[in-house]
Design a protein around this ligand. Structure first.
Ligand code: SF4
Ligand code: SF4
Length: 278
């Protein structure tokens, strides 16, 4: 049976919040029985955009992480709810029945992703429904996906075996895998939000020129090469997708005709090494 999945490309999201606005437009003042009652005007962000700045000036970047209900296959909200108030449909979508869930505030705390919001006025927990009411009318995607101007959000309606192939071929990951909830929302380029980088520039002391084409090698424990990059025409380099607080590394910088330099680095978070002169 085909099931719904969502792919989010962190490298393509630019924080316009059009997805959030489309969601608000769809659900504010609108009930969609039996799936949802209206979202309040303020407070709820059924799709929320998290932000992370990395590095130090001038080697800085910013990434954005849209977070919403992950429609987990092993959902803590479903386990926590009473009378089947939170449930998973055969097509993969997790829903909260607004009638059965009345007064069940505990469902909000059950979600490790913080994707459930409490509607004080209606006395119900609420979250993304994957626009199930629209899919039933024949829509091919939820409002947030339709509204995204950069293509950062992409829906896949496929058999699980087909989805597994896509996950492998596109190198997709789930956010916070340690929660072990088997999400149906997958991320591309997640490292831009969850990992860190080492950046810097290489210059030649005798000529004061940028060292374009210098070889920069990051070496970890047991002398293992982690990555090797070449400086650009400004002499700049960036080695990304490194674990934060991952310990000690050596950074070797080699350029023809100059003595190789080796720096010792204790990596905690993204760092700008500044200009390294050979
Ligand atoms: S992300 Fe949270 S609300 Fe969504 S299915 Fe998983 S536990 Fe439930
Ligand atoms: S609409 Fe797309 S680009 Fe804009 S914030 Fe949402 S996911 Fe990011």
């Amino acid at each position: 049976m085909k099931k719904w999945n969502l792919i989010i490309d962190v490298a393509t999201c630019h924080d316009c919040n059009d997805c959030f606005l489309a969601c608000k437009d769809e659900y504010f003042e609108n009930d969609f029985p039996p799936y949802s009652v209206a979202q309040p005007r303020h407070g709820h962000r059924w799709i929320d955009i998290m932000r992370k700045e990395r590095g130090q000036y001038p080697k800085v970047d910013v990434s954005y992480l849209p977070v919403l209900c992950m429609h987990c296959d092993d959902a803590p909200c479903v386990k926590k709810s009473k009378d089947g108030a939170a449930y998973k449909k055969d097509d993969g979508i997790v829903l909260i029945d607004p009638e059965k869930a009345k007064g069940q505030k505990g469902i909000v705390d059950a979600c490790p992703y913080g994707a459930i919001w409490w509607n004080e006025e209606k006395n119900v927990p609420q979250k993304c429904t994957f626009c199930v009411h629209l899919l039933e009318e024949g829509w091919k995607e939820p409002r947030c996906v339709q509204a995204c101007p950069t293509g950062a959000l992409r829906v896949i309606h496929a058999e699980d075996s087909e989805m597994q192939k896509i996950i492998k071929s596109e190198n997709l990951e789930v956010y916070q895998p340690q929660y072990k909830t088997s999400p149906r929302v997958y991320y591309k380029n997640l490292y831009q939000y969850t990992k860190c980088f080492i950046a810097g520039g290489v210059a030649l002391r005798d000529t004061d020129e940028c060292a374009e084409g210098a070889k920069v090698t990051l070496i970890g424990v047991s002398n293992k090469t982690i990555d090797e990059v070449t400086t650009n025409n400004y002499g700049d380099f960036k080695i990304d997708n490194l674990e934060e607080n991952s310990g000690r590394y050596s950074l070797e910088i080699a350029y023809p005709g100059y003595t190789k330099q080796t720096l010792s680095i204790e990596l905690e978070t993204s760092m700008n090494l500044g200009t390294i002169f050979l």
